[in-house]
Each structure stands twice: as C-alpha cells, then as structure tokens.
Design a protein around this ligand. Structure first.
Ligand code: TIU
Length: 244
C-alpha cells in the first residue's frame, strides 16, 4: 500500500437507506465516463437513440464536487469507456448490439466512435482531469473489468467511493455492483449521476439502496460538500485549490 492520505477523517453523510460512514483519508471520488461520446451530440449516446440533453444537469454539481474533492485532497479517478483503434478489446457482440448503421469504431462528427484518442472519447471540458489525477480507460461498462482499478484503489488504501458520472443504470450501476463485490462501499450521488431515461435513473438508484443497501448508498452532493469542508483533526479545513 502506498498509503492512506494522512490521519483519519471520519465523516457521516446523510444517505439512503441510512447514513454513509466513511473515512475521508480512505475515500476516493470516481467520475464515470463524462465523455463527449455520451454527453454531446454526434456521439455514441446519441447514435443509440438517446437525448443527450438529459445528462446536462449532472455537469455543474459534478464540477463543484470535483473542486471540493481536490481541495480536500481525495484521490480522484476519472474513467473513460472506449476501445483501442484496432478494436481488439471490443467484443464483436458489443459492436453488433443495437444494429447501428454508425457504431463503435465508425467515423462520426467527433472522430471514430468510442475509440481512444478521438475527440469524442475525451472527457468534456468542464470536467477535464487535473494534472496528476488518475484516468482509467475501460473497455466495458464496469470500471473494474480489464483495468487495474482494484489494485490502484488498494495501493491508495481506499475503502469507500463517492460515485458520479453516466449513465446511472449502465456504467455507474455496473461499477457500483463490481465495487460492492470487491468490498468497496459506494455512495452514488443522485445529482451527479445521470441517465437518458429518468425512469431508469430512478430505478437504478432505488436498486442500489434497496434491501438495506444491497449494493451501496444513495446521497446527494451538497451533503458531501458539507462533509468535505468539515474541519480536520488538526483544525484545518481544506487546502487551497491550485488551478490545474
Ligand atoms: N448506453 C448507456 O446508457 N451507457 C453506456 O453505453 N455507457 C455508459 O454508461 N458509460
């Protein structure tokens, strides 16, 4: 383990089905797939038949959360869904799904769809990773499949995850389920996760915290911001943010 980030910083964050207890020194923020391909016109999300405007409401709260997490010195992990240019890491079944005329690997307005290095694959400008923040490239829906995420989190002593990103019922849900099976405790933030379908968003969140928190907890970012600003044991609050 390269280490826990300083002294213990226990906090209790309001959540469903009951308050989320975590140690901020062992907590990471994970921001899932906030890429042009999902949030902007002309990308994979729109080609699947979705209204990408449904995801816009997540951007401002996630930006505030990112800034607060930076100030509180949390480990920050961004993920991107996408594939190698030769598509060797894209199962033919994934490519065939949806019977799209323009799909994964094909040329779109932002370059090849869901291909690493293309404009559409990049994280949106508003939420661009700061220097030094971890970016995990994942070929699947879950952030743990075929990535080194589990080892990375263990190396940093992380046991709890604050979860933002898109889409609630697809990559966020898969990641929360994968994390739960690996003993990470997840707090999904309802205002920082989004879906093209409000019904599936609500159902996805309900599934996470049903049955006593079968996969994790659901909260909202203002309560996390309050917890992150809580004075630390040495009396300090958070370090000033250095623009990156
Ligand atoms: N289609 C859909 O809702 N989502 C995805 O394909 N990927 C992610 O959720 N990132």
């Amino acid at each position: 383990m390269t280490g826990v980030r300083g002294a213990e910083r226990p906090v209790e964050i309001p959540a469903q089905p009951y308050p989320f207890d975590c140690d901020l020194a062992r907590t990471a923020l994970i921001v899932i797939d906030m890429q042009r391909d999902f949030l902007e016109p002309g990308g994979f999300g729109e080609l699947l038949g979705n209204d990408v405007g449904q995801l816009a409401r997540t951007i401002s709260p996630t930006r505030r959360l990112l800034e607060a997490a930076r100030a509180a010195q949390l480990l920050i992990v961004h993920t991107r869904e996408g594939h190698r240019p030769d598509l060797r890491d894209c199962p033919p079944t994934k490519r065939a799904r949806g019977r799209l005329t323009t799909g994964i690997g094909d040329e779109g307005p932002n370059g090849r769809i869901l291909v690493r290095g293309q404009r559409g694959h990049a994280i949106i400008d508003e939420l661009a990773p700061a220097p030094g923040e971890v970016v995990v490239d994942k070929p699947g829906k879950g952030a743990f499949y075929a990535t080194g995420l589990q080892e990375l989190l263990h190396d940093h002593g992380v046991t709890s995850l604050l979860v933002a990103g898109v889409t609630t019922e697809v990559c966020v849900h898969t990641t929360v389920r994968e994390a739960n099976d690996r003993a990470f405790e997840c707090l999904a933030l309802e205002d920082c996760v989004g879906s093209y379908s409000p019904e599936l968003h609500d159902a996805g969140l309900a599934m996470i915290c049903a049955q006593g928190g079968i996969f994790g907890w659901v909260g909202s970012s203002p309560d996390v911001l309050s917890a992150l600003r809580k004075p630390q044991p040495d009396g300090s609050t958070t370090r000033p943010v250095v623009p990156g």
